[in-house]
Every structure is written in structure tokens, then in C-alpha cells.
Design a protein around this ligand. Sequence first.
Ligand SMILES: [Zn+2]
Ligand SMILES: [Zn+2]
Ligand SMILES: [Zn+2]
Length: 428
Amino acid sequence: MAYNAGPPQGGAPYQQYPSQQNPPYPSQPAPQYPSQPAPQYPSQAAPPYPSQAAPPYPSQAAPQYPSQAAPQHPSQATPPYLDPTASSAPPQIDGYRDIGFDGGFVRPPADPMPSAPPADQPRIAFTQDPLTRDEVKDALAAFVAQHCCYGSAPIKDMQIRNVAPTFTFKYTLESFVEKRETKWKFEPFSGNGLPAGGGPAPQPWEIPLTPGALFKDEKKVLQVPNTQTLRPCHDCQAHGDVRCKHCAGRGQDRCGQCGGSGQRLGDVCSRCGGIGTNKCTWCVGNGMVTCTTCKGKRNLKYYVEMTVTWKVHADRYVVETPAGLPDSEVAAVSGETVCQAKAHLVWPLTGFPDSRIVTASEHLVRKHHTGWPMGRILQQRHDVQQIAIHSVSYNYGGNEGTFFVCGHERNVHFPDYPSQCCGCCAVM
Ligand SMILES: [Zn+2]
Ligand SMILES: [Zn+2]
Ligand SMILES: [Zn+2]
């Protein structure tokens, strides 16, 4: 596997590594899984629509529906059943035998750790122009505008005593991970439309699929080819209807008004007319109701549904921040990219001048490599950004304090802002 994470040789400061063309996805051809020989599907050897001569349900001649005339199932004669078993267990197809209806993730073939040596060192110029007092006040005004309750008076009256620029590094590692989950499903099926048998079902990771874009979350749901199997409905034995539970198939219910006696207060019951029973409202007197499993279609199509998800997983590490400024504030902003790389599997940034970044990169790359045993990393990228931090000391009404302005966004971290409530939320 080609390793491309390192910077080019002898470049200028601020290596952006532009020459590393992102490996044009999908330059990785559909993964080869040499260890998986052409799947054998011995149990599926029988051709899809074998012997329609023999009606699959000979024993259904006399259904037991006691008080009812034998239900008519006119078209029961020779339906094109692939799998004439009225069992609710999923069909037995290699690779999909044990997944059941709850489903589960499918482990992809393992990727080896990248074995290429680390590339040479990035060199970094630590230069930045400090913010002016006006720029600090602009940032403060934007900060106040984001908080509906904050008063803006302190911005005018505040005396900025000093603006001290500093910086830190933020390392970000992102892995774009694909997962495939399969489960058996069935749905009512009538008539035509079952795909013609096309051979053995492909294993989950043999199905070629590509995401719409790299590093963009996405989800796809599809039916695994050649897993479609037609079966008679196991709940109604392919009748399309089942005995009504409410009247036990009798079509009549005991009259609720007379309790079945036919009499009420010495008179003939007005509701049942003295019979003691009423027509069952659930089955309208038929004794049978439409099967809810097959919705009356009598057959079920079983198939394996595969859900593919692509997701970006990101980890960040901030080298250090001044006292009073949480790492999370720095992690949330952006800065100057001083080092970056992208590859199928990146190599840790072992050449970075700050050993804390090296350690973090090694740790996180290792963590990601084994982070998704049921997923497959399609692409990784990582970068180091130099984040500008300005510590601003101020005097407001005789009180001294410090706040911070961070990153390209000039986000303000100012937990002690002097005018935090205009009174509107005092009732909270
Ligand atoms: Zn009655
Ligand atoms: Zn009924
Ligand atoms: Zn049914």
C-alpha cells in the first residue's frame, strides 16, 4: 500500500504539502479479498423455480376452520414458490445464515498498518501579527451580540491595557469509516417482480459501493442481490386470511346486551333479536380476517437488507493553552495549517518539531487503526494548525481582568464579562 503522508523534500516553510494529490477516490479499486474463494452455495444449487408441477401445499386441501365453509383460495394451485416452507426462519443462504432479523455489522477484511517510513520534517515559521485594540473590541462586540442578555456598555468604557499574542498547536485526525450491516427482512409479495436468479449471493463486502463524497456522512440501504426468496406466509399458511381471534372463527359473538340469553328484562333482547349472538364486528361475520403478516398476499419475499454507513470520526489534541482558557475553546477554532497529509492510512506525524504533537499523532493514529473493528477506513487525513491566542488584560470600572481572543474566528472567551444580564432573564 502506497504511503503518501510525508511532506515533499526540501520545501519552503509552511509546507502545505499541496503536491500530495489526494489519492483520487476511488482509485482504490473495489477491495480484493483473495482469501475469499468464489463462494460455494451448495444449498442453493436447485434452480429458482424448480418444479411447479408438484403443488407445494398438498396438505392444505382441507383447512381446519370449524364452523366455516372451507375458505376459497382459488389461485392456490401452483404459485411460483422458491422455497416451499412455511417457516418464519430466514432462508439459508451462505454468508447470511446467522444474521437473523435483528441484523448486525459485518466485519470487513483487515487493513495492514502502513509500513512506509516517516517522511521528513515540516518546518514552521511562527509568525503572526497581533490584533490591534480596535480588532479586539470588534471581536468583543461580536461576542456580546451572540449573547442576547449581555450589555454592550463595557465595550465602550473598557480600557484595554495589553494585548499579548501567543499561539498553540491543534492536531486533528479524521478517519472516514464505512460500515456494513445486514439483516433478513420479509414483506408481503404478490404476483410478479421477483428478480430472476442471478447466481450466488455476494458477501457483504464484495458488493462494490462508493460514497458520494469523501469525509461526508452518508447512509445507503439496499437489498443484497440474489438473496430474494419467495415463501408462503407462515402465519396464514398461504391462505391470505386467518381465523378471527375475536370470535374464534365462529363469525358470531355473544350478545353483550343480554349476555347470550336472548332475553332482557323479560323481553326479547332488542339487540340480538333473541338469538343471543351478534355478528362479529371484527370479521363482519366471516370468521376470517386478512392476514396482517402478508397483508392477504399469501406470499412473503425474504431478502437480506444491507445498510451502509459512511461516517467521519475526528479526534483533536490541543498542545497547551494559557491558564484560564479551556482546550475546548481552542479545539473549536481554526488557524494556519502548518502540516497536513491525506492517505488511505496516514503515518503518524513523527517529524513534527513539537514532540507533544508527535506523541498525540502516534497515539491517535494507532487508536484509529483499531478503532472500528466492524468498519473499514476508506481514507484518513490529519493536520496541525497553529492557533493564534490573544490574552487581553483590561480595566473596567476599576476592576482588572483578562479575556482571550482565539483563532481565525476571533472567538472570545470571557466568562467574567462585566455586564452579563440586562435583567430580562432574572426570572429564570
Ligand atoms: Zn341479546
Ligand atoms: Zn370474528
Ligand atoms: Zn399471511
